[in-house]
Ligand binder design. Structure first.
Ligand SMILES: [Zn+2]
Length: 207
């Protein structure tokens, strides 16, 4: 009898050990196989944020861009264009596989495209401002692929950019808007309002 109990004891140990190992094996690979599908929204994204980074508080007096018509906390990052490209077509691209939520002109931006993107399981409302609206290659309801060309930047100091210099205002807001409820604001008036936007430069650095 003693031998039988001894055998059962070791059988239980063996089952626990085997089950434990299988648990570890099924958990481990999932984190490693997450595909890297992000693309920068514009070619010089890594070097172009030099005047208005995400979250900077500006007034017409303190802004690094003069003259300035805005006041508040910047909800996006502004990507400046190298001088040799000031008259060139500068394309912007989908940062991930996303849906087009808006494509229209908005006061303060000129042409705007807004994408709804699910990245690593989280939803983001991704806004591209100061685009040439006549160059837009997508329409509301389209699904776009990561890296797909969306449009080109508007001409500086024209209606295409709402009379701003040629640059890309790029923002990522946590969660999805919808067709009637998209938040287009480029500036908010309090730090607490800013909390639903993230710093897109840091976001890409952490990928
Ligand atoms: Zn901006």
């Amino acid at each position: 009898m003693k031998i039988k109990y001894f055998a059962i004891f070791w059988l239980i140990i063996a089952v626990i050990f085997t089950f434990g190992c299988q648990q570890k094996n099924t958990d481990a690979p999932t984190a490693k196989i997450t595909p890297k599908t992000l693309n920068y929204p514009i070619d010089n994204f890594k070097t172009g944020v030099v005047l208005k980074p995400f979250g900077i508080y500006i007034t017409p007096k303190t802004s690094p861009v003069q003259p300035e018509k805005f006041k508040g906390y910047h909800t996006g990052a502004d990507i400046e264009i190298p001088q040799n490209l000031s008259n060139a077509d500068v394309p912007v691209y989908a940062i991930s596989d996303c849906d087009v939520l808006a494509s229209r002109t908005v006061s303060g931006y000129g042409g705007v495209i807004v994408l709804g993107c699910k990245i690593n399981g989280n939803d983001y409302t991704v806004l591209y401002g100061h685009l040439d609206i006549n160059s837009v290659l997508v329409k509301v309801g389209d699904s776009v692929k990561s890296g797909q060309k969306l449009a080109i930047l508007g001409r500086g100091y024209s209606q295409e950019t709402s009379n701003e210099r040629k640059h890309l205002h790029f923002s990522m807001k946590i969660g999805l808007g919808n067709k009637t409820g998209i938040d287009f604001r480029g500036y908010v008036q309090s730090e607490s309002e800013l909390k639903v936007w993230i710093d897109p430069v840091k976001f890409f650095e952490n990928q």
